[in-house]
Ligand binder design. Structure first.
Ligand code: 5CA
Length: 162
């Protein structure tokens, strides 16, 4: 049996993961994994196990800020601002595509065009395994939460709204 070839954007993520020394398998689903809820339904996991990659823009420097949050949580922009020492604002779709190289709905935690400042939601550590987007609105890969910090160099923190 031959596996279906991955779409180009998903293949880029698979290649980026391999270059970082990770053997995770990018998987494409027939159903949408565009949102955390859809991804959880397609995979058959809890929404909290979806590691969503949210991109913000640092107000002063303009640098991209990546918050990898549990799909069950909302990100508190004030907390993130305090953690990185700079206020942030929501990124628009063009900023996301420009800085990450991927479209909203498929933004992966690694393999971005411009390396972002990265924060990881500590609630993700409650799970044995989590799933992250892999370049397209149908592609994800499974990993252990501790591996997120390792692969991104990001700091794990409390980033959610109370
Ligand atoms: N593939 C899924 C599960 S990993 C995924 O990427 N989910 S996500 O939550 O990380 O990506 C969607 C996120 O993009 C939303 O949570 C939202 O924060 C953001 N988003 C959606 N639409 C827009 C938009 N128009 N402008 C900026 N951000 C948006």
């Amino acid at each position: 049996m031959t596996a279906n070839p991955l779409k180009a954007s998903a293949r880029r993520v698979q290649t980026a993961l391999a270059a970082l020394g990770f053997g995770f398998e990018v998987r494409e689903f027939p159903d949408s994994t565009r949102t955390s809820a859809e991804a959880a339904a397609a995979i058959g996991c809890a929404v909290g196990q979806i590691a969503k990659s949210l991109v913000f823009r640092a107000r002063q420097s303009g640098r991209p800020v990546l918050v990898i949050a549990s799909g069950a949580n909302r990100v508190d922009e004030k907390k993130v601002g305090r953690l990185i020492g700079e206020k942030i604002g929501r990124a628009d779709a063009d900023f996301v595509r420009d800085k990450t190289g991927f479209a909203i709905g498929g933004v992966p935690p690694v393999g971005h065009a411009e390396p972002p400042v990265t924060l990881i939601d500590r609630d993700l550590l409650d799970f044995e395994e989590i799933w992250a987007a892999a370049g397209t609105p149908n592609a994800v890969f499974r990993l252990a939460p501790g591996e997120l910090a390792e692969m991104t160099g990001g700091r794990t923190a409390d980033v959610k709204t109370d």
